[in-house]
Design a protein around this ligand. Structure first.
Ligand code: ADP
Length: 484
């Protein structure tokens, strides 16, 4: 079979290259172990750093609120309590490792704990909003800092915003803690991954062990040990596969046996006429001056044996050809009535010789798509047998009928009939009920095997009903239209 034609190639998951099953099993196991672990640690680290930032911002907000409150109370912006608060502002900035900037109503910076922007203007969106009474918290993730802006009111009664207090602080120290934790977990993850890989490889080796066992057993079978017990029931799948394979092997065994039987039958059948010829020739040679009539008689016997040998060989060739492939059917539209009539016309002299009456009963006109030569051979074999295995003054009736799908050829005879026990076997190659009688009539024992082959090639069926001593009826059922 061509690789491209293989039906299992249609499965989307069929890998392009063949790999050991251990590989996907190991990969899956590693992924199942690692994905949840990585997800968990990542989630923990991200939420941990977020929680730290949130906590620091909340604390800065409350600090800023306290400071702005105090500034309001000491009237910081008018310059009164500025000196008193300077230390406190610096301390607050240092505690949070940040920078505090105070902006007055003119957007001018009047205090900067870094002492680099005093007297400069600070006009930013957050500051403008702050003068409208809004408190804002901004966190810049990329630059890793946050800014909290709070208004400074004129007094507790007068809610006019007279200044803005801005505190910016870097989150770098906080994040570097979580980063070092992340580094440590990465190391842990690598160790876990290593352990997972080793465990997954071990598990995949263990899980695929029954498959390897099955392979070893199948290997024994392939070496010729057809009796090896291959049932591997470690998994339901291996049990099913091994059972299926065992079934195939037992069928193969049967085929092998029948092939051996066939070969020995063929040898035996071919040897029999040759042995007879040898015996006849030897006795002729041993006779010395035998009369010409005796020579002629012996030569006629030899000729009969040669005919038999040739019959067997022809029948064998026909069977072999049919076994090859059904593509060899040469299908055409055939008038079956005319075909049967022709067969009967050809066989009538033989039937007359045996004093057997041949009758054709055509129930309707039938035209079908068949291989004319092969179907003719199949029907001829049945009619010939019906004549051969008949009694003197007997009859053979061939009936042709059809329905919308099939045509039926029924060959009934008044002959010797067939024992019920052997009815299944008479279609086997070389099987004969009465070897002596069959030989007498020149039968090869292949006629019914050929007929059955032809019928099966046409996707039809053959049925036998017979009673010993009363006669037999063979019925062929062939489809009117051949579907390849
Ligand atoms: P053969 O060449 O011996 O006739 P077949 O395959 O045609 O071989 O038939 C197999 C055997 O079936 C025959 O030997 C015969 O014993 C039996 N048989 C076939 N047809 C009939 C029949 N119409 N009546 C009785 N026996 C038959």
């Amino acid at each position: 079979m061509d690789y491209e034609e293989r039906p299992w190639r249609k499965f989307p998951w069929k890998p392009r290259i063949t790999v050991s099953m251990k590989l996907p099993v190991a990969i899956l196991l590693v992924l199942f172990a690692l994905i949840p672990m990585v997800l968990c640690t990542q989630t923990v680290i991200v939420s941990m750093s977020q929680a730290q930032v949130d906590d620091r911002m909340a604390r800065v907000q409350s600090e800023i609120r306290i400071l702005s409150d105090k500034m309001m109370r000491v009237n910081y912006l008018s310059g009164e309590g500025r000196a008193a608060m300077e230390g406190e502002i610096q301390t607050a900035a240092d505690v949070y490792d940040g920078r505090i900037v105070v902006v007055n109503q003119d957007f001018r910076i009047i205090e900067d704990t870094f002492h680099i922007a005093e007297n400069r203007y600070h006009i930013a969106e957050t500051v403008i909003r702050c003068f409208q009474g809004e408190t804002s918290n901004r966190y810049n993730k990329e630059k890793r800092y946050f800014a909290v802006t709070a208004p400074i009111y004129a007094s507790s009664e007068d809610k006019t915003v007279v200044g803005a207090l801005i505190m910016t602080a870097s989150t770098e120290p906080l994040l570097s803690v979580t980063e070092s934790v992340a580094d440590k977990t990465l190391l842990l993850q690598c160790i876990v991954m290593l352990v997972a890989v080793v465990a997954a490889v071990a598990a995949s080796v263990f899980l695929t062990k029954p498959l390897r066992e099955l392979r070893v057993k199948l290997n024994h079978v392939a070496q010729g040990a057809l009796d090896t017990d291959i049932i591997t029931d470690a998994y339901q799948e291996t049990r099913d596969i091994s059972q299926e394979v065992e079934l195939t092997i037992s069928k193969l065994r049967e085929v092998d046996q029948s092939r051996q039987e066939f070969v020995s039958n063929v040898s035996h059948e071919l040897k029999t006429p040759i042995t007879s010829i040898r015996v006849l020739a030897d006795s002729l040679m041993g006779m010395g001056d035998a009369p010409v009539e005796l020579y002629r008689e012996f030569m006629e016997d030899i000729s009969v044996e040669i005919d038999r040998e040739s019959n067997i060989i022809n029948d064998l060739l026909t069977l072999v050809k049919m076994d090859k492939s059904e593509a060899e059917l040469n299908v055409s539209q055939v008038n079956i009535n005319a075909l049967v009539e022709q067969i009967l016309k050809r066989l009538r002299p033989i039937a007359n010789k045996q004093k057997v009456e041949l009758v054709f009963e055509s129930i309707r006109e039938v035209t079908a798509d068949v291989d004319e030569v092969k179907i003719s051979l199949a029907i001829s074999n049945l009619v010939e047998n019906a004549v051969k295995y008949n009694r003197e003054d007997g009859w053979v009736r061939v009936t042709l009928d059809a329905d919308h799908k099939f045509f039926y050829v029924k060959v009934t005879d008044s002959g010797i009939g067939i024992l019920e026990d052997v009815q299944d076997r008479i279609f086997d190659r070389f099987y004969r009920v009465d070897k002596a009688r069959s030989r007498e009539t020149g039968g090869s024992g292949l006629g019914l095997a050929i007929t059955r082959s032809v019928v099966l090639m046409h996707k039809g069926a053959i049925k036998l009903s017979s009673k010993e001593g009363e006669g037999s009826t063979f019925t062929l059922r062939i489809p009117l239209n051949y579907v390849a």
